[in-house]
Design a protein around this ligand. Sequence first.
Ligand code: N01
Length: 515
Amino acid sequence: MFHVSDNHQPTTLPHEEAHTEVPIRHVHIAILGTGFSGLGMAIRLRQSGHHDFVILEKASDIGGTWRDNTYPGCACDIPSHLYSFSFALNPQWSHTYSPQREIQSYLRRCARRFGIIPHIQWNSTMLNATWSEADQYWQITTTQGQLFADILILGNGPLSEPSLPSIAGIADFAGVTFHSAQWRHDYDLTNKRVAVIGTGASAIQFVPRIQPHVSHLSLFLRTPPWIIPRMDHPIPTWQQTLFSLLPLAQRLERAKMYWLRELTALGFVYKPAMIEKGMLLARQHLEAHISDPILREKLTPTYTMGCKRVLLSDDFYPALTQPNVEVITDRIRAIQAHSLITEDGQEHAIDTIIYATGFHVTDSQLPQCIYGRDGLALASAWSEGAQAYFGTTVAGFPNLFLLIGPNTGLGHNSMVFMIESQITYILDCLRTMKKRALAVVEVQADTQETFNAEMQLRMQKTVWNSGCASWYLDARGHNTTVWPGFTFEFRQRTRHFDPHHYTLLPQHTPANITH
Ligand code: N01
């Protein structure tokens, strides 16, 4: 046995041993994530002459939600000509609604073309970020070490934390389980008895793809979604060539798509009677595919269309009519080692559970690790509900910018449009900071409160507050997710940074506060 006598004991503990001090990197701007938000921000920063920035990416590839969601059939339900950057139109989209792989490739190409790759710090999960009042910068801890940043921009996305249901016995299941956003491509579903829980935008895309392969599919449906025809089609080569040669033609196509979708906001926000037509279309779609009256009843939504995201599919209903599919509307009471038990007492024997149960949107973890002035956690500032001025800046959190922050989500149009509006606002803020030699900007609390009151007031009459339970609502029933209006209004209002609504702190004179 090896003994160490007292006089041979080291005099320093391991963490006290002398080591070379590596200075902590200090950047002007740190961005979180390389999805549409973070990448778009980075590209526009470079185009505006900013080079001192880093992007913290938790994974080893680009794409955010378009990297993580790889389930069979994953595609966008907003047309690709519209769901892409205005400064990087892609004439080569293969389909009206491009598949996930193509969208991720597009994002990778954008990152390379605009010189973003060298700015990315891969495999770097942000563990926490703390505003230093004394130093006037963010102290950021990542899984790759620390860094300081004058400005912190969150592009982490609202759909990045998969949510599992709280069902008794969920941990007791002995078979393979996975979430739709963490698809197990190494696991062969062929001839398996598969339970799918959830019938949102993700499930309706992968159910028709796995149905022909599994031996039995038990689809657990809690709330039937409104589904309208998707009418996806390949974009002909002649059109791709036309768009390459004549970008204006693609811009016109994009504009047409944009305004058609903007019309839906009329119904969702201002004129609910207009939704009737959409509901009729969806009912006809259901009737055309489902002749069994019992199944049809199970699949008939009982809430107003639009309250939850309207889904697009041509193959979901037909898949449900196949003999190996059972649509179960009884609530799940418990999960056991090899089965699910529903409220009617029935046991459903299964080999695999796929959770298509969505994401932590209003209850995500990240706000718990961001500490603003006086050490206040963003989660605490939001204890009564998330709010941010134009979904972008938060009182008490200097030099912090959110992309797709509270009340910037959409149920009817392209999120990329909203992201680009926010980017314009942030860039104008950075320009103002430079021009006026400002070190710190922080939105005033009363400005944020007034804005939030406006959001909640306008929300009252919208379809999203018409009584259904959806992930747009937080635990208190407040819709802190969706923008309650036309997207062109949001763009108009975020066109310019409005310094008079901010507390501004000049460089080098921390005590001197101006408004
Ligand atoms: O998740 P969801 P998603 N027992 O939250 C059900 C975007 N997206 O991953 O409605 C039984 O919509 C839940 O039931 P209910 C898009 O923005 C975009 O499908 O709450 N069921 C619901 O059916 C979308 O909105 C694309 O009653 C349970 C489902 O799980 C967002 O991602 C493609 C349950 C969750 O649906 C999320 O979509 C895919 C339980 N205990 C996704 N718990 C595009 O094409 C939950 N559910 C752009």
